[in-house]
Design a protein around this ligand. Structure first.
Ligand SMILES: [Zn+2]
Length: 371
């Protein structure tokens, strides 16, 4: 029998000012000594001060790198233990939010992070015995604040590894678009295109999930309408709110699955240090063309949301509007590295739900096309 499991369980407090609920949400969960996980960049901002001030009891851990690595998690767990913490707050983009999930996991689960790799059935080793976790996103991109996975690069493989369990979902997400008002334009564009790609890939992913499909289509349209607007008017709270909602919708929708864009993008971050969302933006048009022969109706439907014509072309135009350079060579990626990137991309689990099956050769060809 072919069964589907649907679940949409994250508690989300959404809207301008929702971050002010943090002390109450900690009290509600009896957290007396939270570990506030963030990164060094955010620690220097006014947003950090605004979040930290009402919770002076929090210990701070700010050593999360832009693409979090295992050592960041181990250092975070040490900080959690040394400070006698009993809960986790994360403030930031996907990196601090994901690292915090893994810190929270290892705070109560023994063994190495590699044992929880989703590809090795790690989810079965994760129990509900986890400390409370309150997530505050400062970007509208990954939607990690409502997601059940953490992506961490492991030391042994230098590969982005997905750790997945419904128990990893934050206890509550305080989704406050005011936290995104001061994002620099290239981060707004890159993270926004991550949200866009999540919605598009989820809609096209294999599998039966009409609820995710509906959310993904609305999420993609929200990005299409609002991302150019926030680029023009960064302080427009309504457009920022819509982008934050689109990011949340993308992450809810991609419980259905993602696709080849994400498998191709992950090695470009680990090997070449490229920004995840920006990389997705560059790859998405070529993957839409690659998928067109197997799912023409869905790609046509996306195109109608984006003003008609050819979906891949519309996305290229959006990238241009966002000043995202379209070729990998523009980003300093050496051509000689493409075969080894393809070796890594084919090992990445995301493409397994791409509507058209991908061989290593297919993935290498896609890299060459956008080179
Ligand atoms: Zn992504």
């Amino acid at each position: 029998m072919d069964l589907s499991t649907f679940s949409f369980p994250t508690t989300i407090v959404f809207g301008a000012g929702s971050a002010g609920r943090l002390p109450d949400e900690l009290k509600k969960r009896d957290v007396r000594r939270p570990l506030l996980v963030t990164d060094a960049g955010i620690e220097r901002t006014a947003i950090f001060e605004r979040i930290r001030k009402p919770v002076p009891e929090a210990a701070v851990f700010s050593k999360v790198e832009p693409n979090p690595v295992e050592q960041n998690v181990l250092d975070g767990v040490a900080a959690y233990r040394n400070s006698g913490c009993d809960g986790v707050i994360a403030l930031g983009g996907g990196s601090p939010l994901d690292a915090a999930k893994a810190i929270r996991l290892l705070a109560t689960h023994s063994g190495a992070l590699a044992e929880y790799d989703d590809l090795l059935d790690g989810a079965n080793r994760i129990s509900s015995n986890l400390p409370p976790y309150i997530a505050l996103a400062t970007t509208s991109g990954t939607g990690s604040e409502v997601g059940r996975s953490a992506v961490i690069t492991l030391k042994a493989t230098n590969r982005k590894t997905v750790i997945f369990s419904p128990y990893l979902i934050p206890s509550v997400a305080l989704a406050d678009p005011e936290l995104t008002l001061d994002l620099p334009p290239h981060i707004t564009a890159g993270t926004g295109m991550d949200a866009f790609t999540h919605n598009v890939e989820a809609y096209l992913a294999k599998g039966y999930h009409p609820m995710c499909d509906a959310i993904a289509l609305s999420g993609a349209k929200l990005v299409w309408d609002n991302l150019p607007r926030v680029m023009e008017r960064p302080q427009d709270i309504q457009s920022r709110s819509n982008m934050m909602m689109a990011a949340i919708m993308g992450a809810v929708a991609f419980q259905k699955g993602l696709g080849a864009v994400h498998s191709l993008a992950h090695p470009l971050s680990t090997e070449c240090g490229m920004h995840h969302g920006t990389t997705n933006a560059i790859l998405l048009p070529a993957v839409l063309e690659f998928n067109r022969s197997v799912t023409p109706d869905r790609i046509l439907h996306l195109a109608t949301l984006f003003g008609g014509g050819d979906a891949a072309e519309r996305v290229r135009e959006l990238n241009q509007k966002l000043a995202i350079k379209p070729r990998l060579r523009d980003w300093g990626v050496p051509e000689s590295i493409l075969p080894s990137l393809a070796d890594k991309a084919v090992q990445d689990g995301c493409h397994l739900l791409n509507p058209r099956p991908c061989s290593r050769e297919d993935l290498l060809n896609l890299y060459r096309q956008v080179y």
